[in-house]
Write a protein that binds this ligand. Structure first.
Ligand code: AMP
Ligand code: ZN
Length: 471
């Protein structure tokens, strides 16, 4: 499989570090609010990547953090902790907010058929890991203490910017418009590893450390959690494109300085879901959630389908019209699958191999999901029997996760109308009633009718004999 690596700016053949495992790390949500459907675009595409690696036979171990401390309102280490902001907004404690929005996040993931990673670790669980890394960075001169905080010294690095798809001038965090400069920093890109002094003294969660009571910076979380569960190297690190700088850049700086060697091979960044007026973001307060889509009558999987129709390295523009088109196409797709006849012949192995080849060719080329969806339509149009088509759909859906077979089955049942129910006792009573009527014993016939009526069962007399149904 070829995968675009943001760190080398090329599509590279994916080769894992170890033959028996693929180590994959994903930046998890900051749980101060609902995830918006932009965030979930990133998680859908990462889910496809994880499932496709599994489809290819790799044994993937995937780890994700839950950011419940340290993510400040600006990625440049200024502003209030987002969690604290969320707690104040809702008059709850930070931990209550974290629990509520973590649960909400996984409920959204379940609606979108996004698999829960093998390890999900809240940042507040791993304080010792961060302290261990920061201590070594202090001891080796990569970090310094200033004004009550511990900072990473970016001047100690040969190369700080890794993902230089970016213009360095635009990315100087310390000088971006609207970002207050932190005068403790020796270099404008230095970033906080541990806070004991921030402008916001009412920080809810604090821990003891060699540098005083405080809390970790956001970036150190992902390095610490990844190393705790995946060791000293990583195959793939994913996140939305906004995470590339400064978050992932800082993760690389601190991790490689700590380890003394290369840390992660592949950096996979999902581009943004934008609205017609710009990037969808939580902080703007105006964003769309899975619950809102459901309230409006959309199947969340229609949104997944919408995401799969475009490449993860292109921005995707959300509009209701675009979603409507995807929802209609999704319904039509289900209807076409429902019209296939499961018992129609044996699976033609050679034809199935050919159909699968189109599907894997698409995904092998930097996870081209829109072509993989085309391969699905091609399978439905192919000159082969229905059993083979159904086998192809079921196979592709191991990766696409659109519940195609289940939804088609539901539709088939719905179209067939309610099934006739059989019950020996009730049918025995109907036979007794028929015999009573034949013997002109109408009192007995009525008694049986009334008895069944009391159980909520209605008798319908038809020319073919009496039938029954539950109320
Ligand atoms: P957050 O909860 O803000 O930490 O973000 C969770 C994930 O969503 C991160 O990987 C972000 O890079 C990603 N993300 C944020 N906004 C968008 C967007 N509009 N489209 C796609 N991914 C996004
Ligand atoms: Zn992260």
């Amino acid at each position: 499989m070829k995968l675009y690596n943001s760190a080398t700016h090329t599509k590279e053949e994916f080769v894992p570090n170890h033959p028996d495992i693929v180590k994959m790390y994903t930046c998890g949500p900051t749980v101060y609010h609902y995830a918006h459907i932009g965030n979930l675009r990133s998680y859908i595409m990462e889910d496809v990547l994880e499932k496709y690696l599994g489809y290819l036979g790799y044994n993937v171990k995937r780890v994700m953090n839950i950011t419940d401390v340290g993510h400040l309102s600006s990625d440049a280490d200024t502003g209030e902790d987002k969690m604290l902001k969320g707690a104040k907004r809702e008059h709850k404690t930070v931990m209550e907010i974290a629990k509520f929005y973590t649960d909400a996040f996984f409920a959204d993931c379940a609606d979108l058929n996004i698999k829960t990673p093998d390890v999900v670790e809240p940042a507040t669980n791993c304080i010792d890991e961060y302290i261990k890394i920061i201590q070594k960075l202090m001891d080796t001169g990569y970090a310094y203490f200033a004004g009550g905080n511990v900072y990473f010294d970016t001047s100690k690095l040969k190369q700080y910017y890794v993902f230089n798809d970016f213009d360095a001038d635009d990315l100087d965090v310390g000088v971006r418009e609207g970002v207050e400069e932190d005068t403790n920093k020796r270099n404008k890109n230095d970033f906080v590893l541990w806070f004991t002094k921030s402008k916001f003294e009412d920080q809810a969660l604090k821990w003891d450390s060699p540098w005083g009571v405080g809390y970790p910076g956001w970036h150190i979380e992902c390095s610490g959690i990844s190393m705790k569960h995946l060791g000293e190297d990583l195959d793939i690190h994913c996140g939305g494109i906004d995470n590339a700088f400064p978050h992932h850049t800082n993760e690389i700086a601190q991790s490689e300085s700590y380890l003394g060697h290369k840390w992660c091979n592949f950096w996979v960044h999902v581009h943004h879901l934008n609205t017609t007026s710009g990037k969808m973001s939580k902080s703007s307060g105006e964003f769309l959630t899975v619950s809102l889509l459901k309230e409006k009558g959309y199947d969340p999987l229609a949104y997944r389908f919408f995401c799969l129709q475009s490449h993860y390295r292109k921005n995707l523009v959300f509009s209701w019209e675009n979603l409507d088109n995807a929802a209609q196409a999704y319904d039509k797709l289900i209807a076409r699958i429902a019209a296939l006849k499961p018992g129609d012949g044996e699976v033609d192995a050679a034809a199935l191999t050919e159909l699968k080849a189109k599907f894997t060719d698409a995904l092998d080329n930097d996870l081209n999901t829109s072509l993989a969806v085309t391969a699905l339509y091609d399978a439905l149009k192919a000159r082969t029997n229905d059993a083979t088509k159904i086998a192809a759909v079921a196979d592709f859906d191991r990766v696409l996760s659109l519940s195609l077979i289940e939804k088609a089955e539901e539709l088939r049942k719905k179209n067939a109308g309610p099934e006739e129910e059989h019950d020996e006792r009730i049918e025995g009573l109907l036979a007794e009633r028929a015999a009573a009527k034949k013997a002109k014993n109408y009192a007995e016939a009525d008694r049986i009718r009334d008895m069944l009526a009391a159980e909520g069962i209605t008798i319908i007399d038809t020319p073919q004999g009496a039938k029954w149904k539950r109320a």
